[in-house]
Write a protein that binds this ligand. Structure first.
Ligand code: SF4
Ligand code: SF4
Length: 383
């Protein structure tokens, strides 16, 4: 622990671990203005950046674990400080020392589950593909068009398995030749990397890459924007380039190519929530809207904070595994914003958003809720 008091050394470690862009900060505070934390409690990314520059990061405190990596501050910053990367660099130091704050403590157990069973949900590895039973889903074969990679939450979480099933039904209806890896699939590693655990991320990523190569995978369909982010933008660090497509993009493609017809009606008012890792981080705003606007009788009303300004659900950066007290949950605010549009259904395209929104609904009074659906669940209803 002696090294923690050596300010120069900490500054060097932050730089080494990817936090070099801190030096461009001139403390304007625009990041703090847009950060969603400041709607629920005090938190200053500007202060973290300043401390990092001087090698004075307080790695034993709560603050370094708060960032959801939503990317709002990166968009607002006039000096191109990469706050997300820099914040993760500080977490890497804490992780190396095994220091977790009270709210981040659950990450310890998550690491162990990821390491032993390849998922954060205590699911048995052998049961990863069980969701697909009875839904005409085959094991992936290299002659198939596309590998479907549902990811951890859609494979094990009872609510989110419905999204995997809806996806499989749509793919079958459109005549897509697809398969899954089942028990050979591993967590993509995106979120554990954002908690600062680079070593475990590398282990998961390498195992997945080997499996993809061994199975002759070329094109991968994902349901989670977090899998999308890491496969598309981070796995190329290993000199591989699989073609990655998110289900919102793929539905748009299938409809445009005339392979997927939507004969049914969906007579409801909906609003669409842009997940941070689909929208702000990857610029996928129009495809999900195109898909929804192809549904007969559906009325789409936008929330005030949409597209690049979308308000984070609170689940990124590994926060999905951390404790967030009532009164500080971003998803509560987002559900309220959705209801204010008059929508009956809040539609999104990310398992973390769905999990957080469903949790927020539990704390609302009976009859004061809104339905929460993945985009695939809307489409599966009208095919
Ligand atoms: S917006 Fe950028 S330059 Fe301004 S305080 Fe934040 S990190 Fe520094
Ligand atoms: S990425 Fe989002 S949560 Fe993190 S500091 Fe920036 S605005 Fe705040």
């Amino acid at each position: 622990m002696e090294k923690l008091t050596d300010y120069k050394e900490i500054a060097d470690i932050i730089k080494e671990k990817g936090g070099d862009s801190f030096k461009y900060c001139y403390q304007c505070g625009k990041c703090d203005v847009v950060c969603p934390w400041n709607q629920v409690r005090d938190f200053s990314m500007r202060k973290l950046v300043r401390q990092g520059n001087f090698g004075m990061s307080e790695i034993e405190g709560e603050d370094i674990w708060l960032c959801t990596t939503c990317g709002q501050c990166t968009v607002a910053c006039p000096r191109e400080v990469k706050q997300v990367e820099a914040g993760i660099a500080i977490r890497r130091i804490a992780t190396d020392y095994g220091i977790y704050s009270a709210s981040a403590d659950p990450v310890r157990a998550i690491r162990s589950n990821l390491s032993s069973d390849g998922n954060p949900l205590e699911g048995e590895r052998d049961k990863r593909g069980d969701w697909a039973e009875g839904h005409s889903v085959k094991p992936f074969d290299k002659k198939m068009e596309i590998l479907y990679f549902p990811g951890c939450y859609l494979s094990y979480d009872p609510r989110l398995k419905k999204v995997a099933v809806a996806t499989a039904n749509i793919l079958n209806k459109a005549g897509v030749s697809f398969g899954i890896l089942g028990s050979k699939e591993n967590c993509c590693g995106e979120s554990i990397r954002k908690t600062g655990d680079e070593e475990l991320y590398l282990q998961l990523a390498k195992e997945n890459i080997k499996t993809f190569i061994d199975h002759g995978v070329k094109r991968i369909l994902v349901s989670s924007p977090h899998c999308y982010e890491t496969f598309k933008n981070e796995y190329p660090e290993f000199m591989v380039n699989f073609e990655i497509v998110h289900i919102a993009q793929y539905l748009d493609e299938l409809i445009r190519d005339g392979r997927l017809k939507l004969p049914g009606e969906y007579k409801k008012k909906i609003t669409y929530h842009d997940p941070c890792y689909l929208g702000r981080h990857n610029g996928i705003y129009e495809e999900p809207r195109n898909v929804l606007q192809n549904v007969k009788a559906l009325e789409l009303n936008e929330m005030a904070e949409s597209r690049q300004e979308s308000f984070c659900c609170g689940g990124g950066g590994g926060r999905i595994w951390m404790d967030t007290p009532k009164g500080e949950r971003f998803s509560d605010i987002r559900v309220q914003q959705a209801m204010e549009t008059g929508a009956e259904v809040l539609v999104t395209a990310c398992p973390y958003c769905i999990a957080n929104f469903e949790d927020s609904l539990i704390s609302r009074k009976e009859g004061e809720g809104i339905e929460v659906k993945d985009i695939t669940e809307i489409i599966a209803d009208v095919i």
